[in-house]
Design a protein around this ligand. Structure first.
Ligand SMILES: Cc1cc2nc3c(=O)[nH]c(=O)nc-3n(C[C@H](O)[C@H](O)[C@H](O)COP(=O)(O)O)c2cc1C
Length: 510
């Protein structure tokens, strides 16, 4: 059996830099899930062990499963896959459901556009997920585990497989885990990259070899999941929190975050911020701290407009929400949601109608087609948005869009359809004037809806910096350095490159 203490000692002697403090992008970050990222070699199991890896498993295996579940309940950990369901409670359901066979599944489908948190954890710290899975499997009495990872993540799948093989070689996984009478085999299942397959019942269907389609709940997977057996499905980030909670104790975990959303959250901060990338922050941090302190804002020349949390299932929040706490319940209260952790910042060059259309287009494509509200409703919503953005929409269309959004939300079968209208509803709530401008004035002031743009003009705000002329793909802009430029409308293809590149707001549309 692997002597974890010995491996740790020898590895640290060879590589003392593994004791270096955890890397952080900003002082406001707290790295629990990302603690090993950029620190260890993910292909070396010894380096994971050197940073206390698999010690939590050793500790958990010495306890009866109910006590492990109790620790998880005490920690207050909530699922990081989007729903925020209490992890300990979910494990308890599966534990109480008596069955000869149970399963543990890691959901690594990660289909949100703009999100890459789970991918990074799998690529840079795969053992933390495996350790979390073994602890979860032990707690509920599962002897088979699957990691459902999308095939577009080949490096993640490769490193995960290597990590599984190395853990088996050391007796940490497989028959008699760490010399106990508990056994668990973990296999990888590659998904073909359908967003709906991240939804737990569709994911189960996909592993069973069926078409990835959701089914009505209840029964929940903890009662009747994979092949009809009690199954726990947890997200990558949820599982990689587990070893840290067992190792450091629930009290330590609760020292970060808020009372009802303890711990940290990893976000993929993207869009119009100076610094983007993965960040891990304590729950309860404000949106403003993330965007302005960590992301360093949208830059001097632009104005912050909105932030989208929760990807295609989420909503937009605005300037007035910058002091709001980022936690599961507050984001829902504000009309958005945590989702899995995509966070896209928008500035005054972004059109909210266009953004709603972008996300809805995604949902239309990704709807599994099983239920009518989602299959047909999202298409009709998309057509209304197209009308609004190409200049043929009316105020009645906006109202139809709102009504339809509510119907799709209330009557869809699964989370995909239930949340697909969120970007539309939240942009309607916070940016209704922008919708009206599109239908009444036939104007898109951020120059995103090309159907509404007849011509671009350069005003006397132009400083003659030449950037627009250099960016123009059809060379329709002329002028000398430091002098006002002009656009030749007979050549202009209205691509919007000049508008997007101008730092002086000198280009307007008509
Ligand atoms: C359309 C849709 C896509 C989803 N995609 C994911 C995903 O990629 N990863 C994930 O962990 N959860 C995803 N979920 C949530 C899962 O259904 C499930 O709640 C989650 O895996 C449970 O794990 P947790 O309790 O650890 O959050 C998705 C849900 C919906 C409705």
């Amino acid at each position: 059996m692997a002597n974890l203490k010995q491996i740790k000692k020898e590895t640290l002697e060879q590589n003392p830099s593994l004791l270096n403090p955890v890397y952080k992008m900003h002082e406001k970050e707290v790295r629990v899930v990302l603690r090993n990222c950029d620190v260890i070699d993910p292909e070396d199991i010894n380096q994971y062990i050197a940073r206390d890896g698999y010690f939590a498993l050793e500790k958990a295996l010495a306890l009866p499963p109910v006590e492990v579940i109790e620790l998880m309940k005490e920690s207050g950990l909530r699922g990081r896959g989007g729903g925020g369901f209490p992890t300990g409670k979910k494990w308890e359901f599966a534990y109480n459901n008596v069955s000869d066979t149970k399963y543990i599944i890691c959901n690594a489908d990660e289909g949100d556009p703009g999100a890459f948190m789970d991918r990074s954890v799998l690529e840079q710290d795969p053992h933390s997920v495996i350790e979390g899975m073994i602890i979860a499997g032990y707690s509920i009495g599962a002897h088979t585990g699957y990691v459902y990872v999308r095939a577009e993540y080949p490096l993640a799948a490769k490193r995960l497989q290597l990590a599984i093989d190395n853990a088996v070689e050391l007796g940490i996984l497989g028959e008699c885990v760490l010399d106990t009478d508990y056994s668990l085999n973990i296999e990888i299942r590659l998904g073909a990259g359908a967003f709906v397959c991240g939804e737990e019942t569709a994911l189960i269907a996909s592993i069973e070899g069926e078409r990835g389609m959701s089914r009505i709940k209840p029964p929940y997977p903890a009662a009747k999941g994979l092949f009809g057996k009690p199954t726990i499905i947890n997200n990558v980030e949820t599982l990689s929190n587990v070893p840290q909670i067992i190792f450091n104790g629930p009290k330590w975990f609760k020292s970060f975050g808020t009372k009802d959303s303890p711990g940290t959250k990893v976000f993929a901060l993207a869009g119009k911020v100076k610094y983007n990338g993965l960040i891990e922050v304590p729950m309860g941090i404000t949106l403003g701290e993330i965007i302005h302190d960590i992301g360093k804002g949208v830059g001097k020349k632009r104005q912050f407009k909105a932030v989208l949390t929760g990807g295609p299932s989420g909503g937009c929040l605005t300037e007035k929400h910058l002091n709001e706490s980022v936690d599961f319940d507050n984001l829902v209260r504000l009309g958005s949601m945590m989702g899995s952790g995509g966070m896209i910042v928008l500035d005054d060059h972004d059109c909210m109608v266009d953004i709603a259309k972008f996300y809805l287009d995604f949902s239309v494509d990704e709807s599994c087609g099983k239920c009518t509200p989602c299959r047909e409703g999202t298409i009709q919503m998309f057509k209304l948005l197209e009308k609004i953005s190409d200049g043929t929409g009316t105020v009645e269309d906006i109202e139809k869009l709102r009504d339809l959004s509510v119907s799709v939300k209330e009557s869809s079968l699964c989370g995909l359809g239930m949340t697909a209208p969120n970007p539309v509803l939240s942009t309607l709530e916070h940016f209704y004037d922008e919708y009206l401008e599109h239908v009444n004035d036939k104007r898109c002031k951020s120059s995103s809806c090309k159907g509404l743009i007849n011509e671009y003009f350069i005003t006397d705000k132009c400083t003659g910096c030449t950037i627009c002329a250099r960016r123009c793909p059809v060379q329709c802009i002329s002028g000398s350095l430091k002098e006002q430029h002009t656009i030749d409308p007979s050549i202009c293809i209205r691509c919007g490159e000049c508008f997007a590149s101008c730092n002086f707001d000198a280009i307007i549309t008509k």
